[in-house]
Write a protein that binds this ligand. Sequence first.
Ligand code: UD1
Length: 364
Amino acid sequence: MTAPARVHLIAAARPNFMKVAPLWHALTAAPDFEPVLIHTGQHYDPNMSDAIFADLSLPPPHHHLGVGSGSHAEQTGNVMIAYEQIALAERPDWLIVVGDVNSTLACALVGAKLRIPVVHLEAGLRSGDRAMPEEINRLATDAIADVLWTPSPDGDENLLREGCDPARITNVGNIMLDSFELVRGKIAAAAEPAALGLPERYGVVTLHRPSNVDHPFALGALVAALVVAQARLPLVFPVHPRTAQRLATMGLDKRLAQHGVVLTDPLPYVRFMSLVAGSAAAITDSGGIQEETTYLGIPCLTLRDNTERPITITQGTNRLVTSDTLAAALDQALATPRSAQPRPVHWDGQTAARCVADLRRRNA
Ligand code: UD1
């Protein structure tokens, strides 16, 4: 019997963990694979990391690179230096990177240069906006990865348009929703809205994109728009550390609280999804929440000029808004009765199984 194929699975930042967990569990259950979990340490606050690992029944990582925060070059470079040591020592048969964070690109670069076959899970997404650091990470990772696992057909189309060999591409579907299904029962039992004292109808807010929170003018306008929205729909806002720093510097956290917005620390996955699942609407600049609300049929107002997830608009519940158009869009979303929409193809909680089947086929 041949030895199982060793697979390095890279986890780095909050949105990665929901993509890694289902794959970790599926690879662990497969006798022909030996997964090794590596955490780069890009996110390190307990609620941004350890608590989500616990929610998704991920074990402590085999390797923790402890890289932490820094400029883009520092973070990317430090992950490369640290991961290279492990890749050289363990020489995995496969390296799987997920999403679009700095650690995704850093590890993909290391793998490609060591000629370790690299798989990118969540390949092909494009916002067309190179001012977003994630867009650079996506373009560069997809250019050097050997296998491109896409979440939706627009991902395949983008890659083919860029001249990618179709043999590299497999549409596996949206793995985030595997995580939702994995802990659906726990999410239903969490009762987070009641624990936070929220009324029956409320909205969930998240903001962390540099384009929204790093510029005082943009952040001030967004906070003013949230105050107006709060008068229509009581809001709960789990605040990302980056955003918390900026709000506190400008005294805007107090302003939101004075108007009744419930501010919390970032929440672990189950508690956060309990909030989203019970909400009347989400107001966000996150990528994952655009997808989760599409899956759940909840209106999502995305505070961005573009999205790398257009399927959430064409087939889902998502709409792009600005601080100027938020209030009217919220009125419209709340006035529109919800209708059951068919979910995008392969957004079904079975993506990890398709990933393992594809890896097995390519491994043979
Ligand atoms: C990163 C990803 C982004 C993803 C987001 C999800 C990149 C380029 N960006 O952005 O794509 O949507 O994660 O959250 O990879 N900080 C803490 N504790 C932590 C992590 C960060 O306090 O656990 C603070 C630090 O001050 C840090 C800042 O937040 O400098 C920003 O963190 P960073 O990892 O650079 O980027 P994110 O904004 O989290």
